[in-house]
Design a protein around this ligand. Structure first.
Ligand SMILES: *Cc1c(COP(=O)(O)O)cnc(C)c1O
Length: 414
């Protein structure tokens, strides 16, 4: 048995992980064109318009609305679906704050459903159990590029008349039984913040096939102005409040260059993530990131789970030992977001308990430990690994080798 690097042995990984530049000539060319058009505003410009058209085409969808962030893209979808004060919106707790911000900004109530212990996506049964007569929508987070189980979700949603918004911020070009995630619900919402598969610095895209929802979303992301209206008074008639989430031509231009790289980025990540799974398969107490049969995951990150008893090692020690082998990793992704003070203390708006005490809601809701037991345990007992298109096949092989080395070491001590 090889000695662990943690105890003075040779580390498995001796070379740095591969890196590369995300932005280059094509982005510069697009940006030059924007400057030459002498207009940075989307309306009357070309780039945001072209980006939305091309993204919709890429997804085989009729419509796409651009916005300033993934958070904005989701809020825009919620606004278009008519989510308002007193409504409940169901989602999963291990996610980015951007999933729930729009719910709260609509003065609606986030309700959390539990997650599958190995795919890290919503459990359809838990979704159904959380439905009440107040439920207006569900936000399905396809966590880490792994598609959620959409068939039962859509069936449940249809039965109860609930809007389905797919949060695809981490899941470009991932496929559920061959269908692209983001094309199955009423809206698919994407983020182009700098940490995502593609980046415009910040940016968001919401796709839909529903003409009416599209028009509502288009207006909602632009202060509810009706730029498609025929007269000025029609254009300026504001029926209800909506934010300004407009995307500028500069972001649109970079987005156009970035989406050309999407196929390569995603397919490389799929290859690397799947090969990591193969490389660590069958280790006792080590559970690879589970992708359901027939699905394609585009790994925004890779999360494996450790059963401490079976593996004979604590998550903390495993993490330390893996780091010593030269692997970049950490414990968990993010803790359940309902553990934040804004939920626990119901202090989403400073100095009040809105929207939780809204007269339009008229019910009690509590956010406390134990709300989603599986999600809580996922966070505590998982190891997060980076998957990146600029890594090399050798990086992936060595990551798998290091995991095997650490796992086998602790197994041999049992
Ligand atoms: C990144 C992210 C968001 C928010 O996107 P921003 O562009 O940062 O606003 C929402 N949901 C998930 C799951 C994310 O990962």
């Amino acid at each position: 048995m090889e000695k662990l690097a943690l105890y003075g042995g040779e580390p498995v990984k001796k070379t740095p992980f591969g890196t590369g530049k995300r932005f280059g000539e094509t982005e510069l060319q697009q940006l030059t064109e924007v400057i030459e058009q002498d207009r940075l505003f989307y309306w009357g410009g070309t780039k945001v318009n072209e980006l939305t058209r091309r993204f919709a085409d890429m997804y085989g969808m009729k419509y796409c609305v651009a916005s300033s962030s993934g958070t904005a893209a989701i809020h825009t979808a919620l606004g278009a679906c008519g989510v308002t004060e007193g409504d409940e919106v169901i989602t999963t707790p291990i996610t980015d704050m951007g999933t729930v911000i729009g719910i709260l900004l609509q003065n609606a109530i986030p309700v959390f459903a539990d997650m599958d212990p190995h795919t890290y996506n919503i459990i359809p049964k838990s979704f159904e159990e959380r439905i009440t007569d107040k439920t207006k929508a569900v936000i399905i987070v396809h966590l880490a590029g792994n598609p959620a189980d959409m068939d039962p979700i859509m069936e449940i949603a249809k039965k109860h008349g609930i809007y389905v918004i797919e949060d695809c911020a981490q899941s470009y070009l991932c496929r559920y039984k061959g269908r692209l995630a983001g094309t199955i619900g009423h809206f698919g919402c994407f983020s182009m913040n700098d940490s995502k598969h593609i980046s415009t610095g910040d940016g968001g895209l919401s796709i839909t096939n529903d003409e009416e929802l599209y028009e509502l979303a288009f207006r909602f992301s632009d202060k509810n102005y009706n730029r498609l209206g025929k007269t000025t008074s029609e254009q300026r008639a504001i029926p209800f409040v909506a934010p300004n989430y407009r995307m500028s031509e500069l972001q649109g231009a970079v987005g156009l260059a970035q989406i050309d790289k999407l196929e390569w980025i995603c397919s490389t990540r799929t290859k690397y993530g799947d090969s990591l799974t193969k490389g660590i398969f069958g280790l006792k107490g080590i559970y690879p990131h589970k992708v359901m049969e027939g699905d394609t995951c585009t790994y925004w990150f890779y999360l494996l789970r450790i059963n401490e008893e079976e593996a004979g090692v604590s998550v903390e020690l495993f993490n330390e030992a893996l780091t010593a082998e030269g692997i970049v990793n950490g414990i968990g992704y993010v803790d359940c977001i309902y553990k934040n003070a804004l939920f626990v203390d119901k202090s989403a708006y400073r100095g009040t308990n809105a929207p939780f005490d809204s007269k339009y809601y008229g019910r009690e809701i509590e956010y406390k430990e134990g709300l989603c037991p599986v999600a809580e345990s996922i966070h505590k007992t998982s190891i997060l690994l980076r998957i990146h298109e600029y890594h090399t096949p050798q990086d992936v092989e060595e990551t798998a080798a290091a995991i095997r080395k650490v796992a086998n070491h602790f197994q041999s001590l049992k």
